[in-house]
Write a protein that binds this ligand. Structure first.
Ligand SMILES: *Cc1c(COP(=O)(O)O)cnc(C)c1O
Ligand SMILES: [Zn+2]
Length: 420
């Protein structure tokens, strides 16, 4: 019995293979690398029922994760987030079997904690002392905090417009933080230059190390386990770099190969903002890669990625599962963010809210049917984005009386007012 059944890294483009015991980044051909596992051996030695007794964290799937020694695990208690039924919102949008996988509850307040927990743990195992990454905010925050816990130094470069709280997270973790007047793609070029200037610096950029995706895939394992080892019909994901979507697809493929779940893969939906929708555009044209999206802009900052390194893998998952891609405008995102809070008490991030608008529209068009079970993914905590909520609260003096009735017309203005 091994702790991890990782066998090697492979290139999904040219099929080259690499050992998992040395630091690895992109394939010689320029493609990201993916981790492969000895699934036959695992199938013969572990039954899925053994998992039930394990701790409720993403490490319960350690055989399918790349960390080979348990002592290298760097944990802040990540994983096993709730899969919440949304009965009231589901009734409103005619999707009776609607569920929210709420990853806003992870350490550091976003889904990025999964990738950072596994990525930093594996970096520890590989002897990394210092890492660097570009980010739209949440990944930088998560990697800075997990790196701090590991005693690894971190350098983070993010756009000046990224949510301010993510700066605080990097700063308090002692990261070397730089703000760039530009997009994540500009931050990426600066990090790439720093890496080529200093070969002691480990490149932790999205998909430039193969283990972040392994952490992110655990959301797929959890959904299936929380579903009673069944597959939902549709999974809706807010897509920036697309790592989460590629990861979930990879996870479900592994579970099918193990025989731990049966049936047809869910149809994957990639949701983007109308202000930055390269994957949607490529999907519409049946292309296998996307084109750089000029002047990308959206309040859903985590999905403001004009060109993703793994775009071909996202598109492949959409084509393989008969999924689709859909763009949502910021106004509708903010409206939906309010509606789910009002109807279900869930304060989710704009990126997460975009998946509900997508589900609603796909139900209206008939692409989602009444009988479909639909899982939407919330990738972050609404609390991290206080600036997108507009409030208009009456201020009263001590001794004043409250209006006895809540006046429906005194609701605050719609939150998108004032957003360009
Ligand atoms: C990073 C991020 C996303 C996009 O994740 P990918 O897996 O890179 O597509 C979505 N939402 C939030 C809040 C994020 O931080
Ligand atoms: Zn290759």
């Amino acid at each position: 019995m091994s702790f991890s059944y990782i066998s090697h890294l492979y290139c999904p483009k040219c099929e080259a293979s690499y050992p998992p015991h040395r630091q690895a980044h992109l394939c010689a051909c320029g493609s990201p690398l993916l981790a492969a596992y000895r699934l036959d051996e695992l199938k013969a030695s572990v039954r899925r029922s053994e998992l039930a007794a394990r701790e409720p964290s993403l490490w319960r799937y350690h055989e399918l994760l790349p960390v080979e020694q348990a002592q290298n695990i760097i944990s802040l208690g990540e994983g096993f987030t709730p899969l919440l039924p949304l009965p009231r919102l589901g009734r409103r949008i005619s999707i009776p079997h609607l569920y929210l996988k709420d990853d806003g509850l992870l350490p550091t307040g976003s889904f990025k904690a999964r990738g950072a927990a596994v990525g930093v743990s594996k970096a520890m195992e590989l002897g990394v002392r210092e890492l660097a990454l570009p980010t739209n905010g949440n990944a930088g925050a998560a990697w800075a905090l997990y790196a701090a816990r590991a005693g690894i130094r971190s350098t983070v470069v993010m756009p000046v417009d990224a949510p301010a709280i993510t700066r605080s997270e990097c700063t308090i973790a002692g990261a070397r933080l730089h703000l760039v007047k530009g997009l994540i793609s500009d931050a990426g070029k600066i990090v790439a230059q720093a890496i080529s200037d200093d070969d002691g610096l480990y490149d932790a950029s999205t998909l430039k190390e193969p283990y972040r995706i392994e952490g992110k895939k655990t959301i797929g394992f959890e959904i299936v386990e929380q579903f009673g080892w069944k597959l939902p019909d549709v999974i809706v994901y807010p897509t920036g770099g697309g790592v989460g979507l590629i990861g979930i697809y990879k996870a479900l493929t592994e579970l099918l190969a193990l025989g731990w779940v049966q049936g047809k893969l869910p149809r994957f939906v990639a949701v983007q903002s109308a202000g930055c929708a390269p994957i949607v555009e490529a999907w519409k044209n049946r292309q296998i890669e996307s084109t750089f999206w000029p002047q990308a802009s959206t309040i859903a900052f985590g999905i403001n990625v004009p060109k993703a390194l793994g775009d071909f893998l996202v598109l492949d998952a959409l084509y393989q599962t008969e999924g689709c891609a859909i763009a949502i405008d910021d106004r509708a995102i903010l409206e939906e963010q309010r509606l789910i809070a009002e109807l279900e008490g869930a304060f989710i991030c704009p990126e997460g809210a975009s998946t509900l608008v997508a589900a609603r529209r796909l139900r209206d068009s008939g692409w989602i049917q009444d009988s479909d079970s639909v899982v939407v993914i919330n990738t972050g905590l609404g609390l991290k984005y206080p600036h997108v909520i507009q409030t208009n609260i009456p201020v009263i003096k001590p001794g004043d009386r409250l209006n006895s009735k809540i006046d429906a017309t005194s609701r605050p203005p719609t939150p998108w007012e004032g957003i360009g």
